[in-house]
Design a protein around this ligand. Structure first.
Ligand code: HEC
Length: 175
């Protein structure tokens, strides 16, 4: 009897540990898009430094976007490169509708973070990887897919079909 209850306790402890781990380690929903390095660049942008002073009339959306990633590169900011799946360039120009598969990546050049947006059945999925394709969505709360969705899926007036940057037409005409 003694042994049985001890075993039960161990089992319960294990289950609790597992469920805690399950909560701590977020996983990317979007898959790692092999070959993104050769996708065409549609925009060179910035993760702004933490001490950036925004004009007082800056929209809430932009304020949140700047604040969310102010930790990047220890608050010093980092160039951000946006690359689009070559098969989806036309779709990206109109913010969709998107066909299935990886759509677009945003690459933090200093931190080496690859933010991925993929579409499946018209639904936008998000993920965070390093340059080796390792899932890093549990590295920081702002890298979890649910956090991505709080902007990309929630701000429907700005982020259409899960993509937020206005495509820069000049970069397309260069191609
Ligand atoms: C606080 C708001 C916010 C959050 C949270 C956020 N993003 Fe973004 N995202 C933006 C904005 C704004 C842009 C456009 C940046 C630009 O044009 O310079 C963008 C651009 C992108 C792009 C480039 C393609 C495009 O036009 O949308 C990808 C890919 C992307 N984000 C993925 C992600 C992923 C993956 C996450 C979560 C790990 C995430 N984002 C979290 C606001 C956000």
């Amino acid at each position: 009897m003694e042994v049985m209850s001890r075993m039960l306790n161990v089992l319960l402890g294990l289950l609790t540990a597992l469920s805690v781990v399950g909560n701590v380690y977020a996983e990317s929903d979007a898959s790692y898009p092999e070959g993104w390095e050769s996708w065409p660049v549609v925009k060179e942008s910035m993760n702004l430094p933490a001490d950036t002073v925004l004009p007082p009339d800056t929209s809430l959306f932009i304020q949140e976007s700047v604040r969310a990633y102010a930790w990047i590169n220890e608050g010093r900011g980092s160039p951000l490169t946006i690359r689009v799946n070559p098969n989806k360039l036309e779709q990206y120009k109109t913010h969709g509708p998107y066909t299935d598969g990886p759509t677009v990546v945003a690459v933090s050049e200093v931190e080496g973070i690859i933010w991925v947006t993929e579409h499946i059945g018209g639904l936008a999925l998000y993920g965070s990887y390093d340059r080796q394709g390792q899932d890093i969505s549990s590295r920081h709360p702002s890298l979890e897919p649910s956090f991505c969705a709080s902007c990309h899926t929630t701000y429907k007036d700005i982020c259409i079909n899960g993509t937020c940057a206005e495509p820069v037409l000049a970069t397309y005409t260069d191609k």
